[in-house]
Design a binder for this molecule. Sequence first.
Ligand code: AMP
Ligand code: MG
Length: 384
Amino acid sequence: MIHPIQRCTSAGLWNSTLVAAIRRVKRTEMLPIKIQRSFFKQNQYYFTTMSALATERSVAIQAVLQASRVCQSVFQHLVANETLTKNDKSPVTVADFSAQAIINTYLHKAFPNDPIIGEEDSKDLRGDEGKVLREKVHSLTNGVLDDSEKLSEEQILEAIDRGNYVGGPKGRHWALDPIDGTKGFLRGGQYAVCLALIIDGQVQLGVMGTPNLPVDPTKPDGEKGTLFITVRGEGAFQRSFADPTESKIQFSDISTTEEATFCESVEAGHSSHGDAAEIAKLLGITRPSVRMDSQAKYCSISRGDGDIYLRLPTSKTYVEKIWDHASGSLLVHEAGGKVTDVNGKPLDFSIGRTLEANKGVIAANTKIFDRVLESVQKVLGSKL
Ligand code: AMP
Ligand code: MG
């Protein structure tokens, strides 16, 4: 980005002009920026800026890629004793634990002071009962770490438990869902490795690995393994796992809901299919909804594969977790879409590990958003 600043004639003046200009840019754009280069041309001083999160972006990409590759390889070798059932009945696999151990290790090495909110903890890997899983997670995790970085079993458990941060409104922390959509993973469908950086309660960076999502949506049987990357104020991008070239992605540009396609959870227990069908009717949507697990839904609509993602509460008590929405919601925003909860309130990532102040999610392109929200309110009405 090139920002011109006014002409000045002395070095001293140049310095103070530059400082004032940086403050002005930061204030008006509300972006974390760094000065990359400054130069003088045709009686004007200019400076170029780069993202202050360039290092975080690159570390997050490496970490998510490695974790995604481990997930792919586990799926190919998954056997019965490598899954277990957590209290909430969602299956969790060695891949969840390994992905969290790998990403937390990368983050800790690059940013030792950054706390992490991660979905998993090491409880089920400890003691005699956890031995089989622990050994498997140990070998998978070390399989992708450099020789000098190999970890003992105990260090891997520690790495996983580094995800125990409580969150809150101040400072920076990461939010990680090592495998979002474990059910999709187990059935060979969509799942996503999701990492976000939250600063002062606002998501600033998101990287998601979707190993089973086609790189080119027009070629569903073509190359799979897509990485989605976004930094606030810098747009939304995708690349394949294999090739680091990134391309910008954008929401579709439809202006009427009748042309829209819905995207929703496979699991009716996570989002009400019945309410979604009623809302679709009100909006004049005739195309069948596309069902997929995980934040791959946010990724899909952000590149225009679909137009609306609804997460409609199935219970009064369920509270959404920040790791299920942090990276995906920023991707939608940066791709030109809008995300709120079912009451039209922005998602609030400043409270802790959960989205306690919100209920459900609506994501859609900005042109049709208000109509979608209106229909959601009409159908959910007294249920809210
Ligand atoms: P999805 O693949 O979009 O259906 O969402 C998967 C996520 O749903 C998991 O990561 C869980 O954290 C979350 N989840 C579990 N129970 C519920 C529920 N009752 N309502 C909404 N989301 C849930
Ligand atoms: Mg999840």
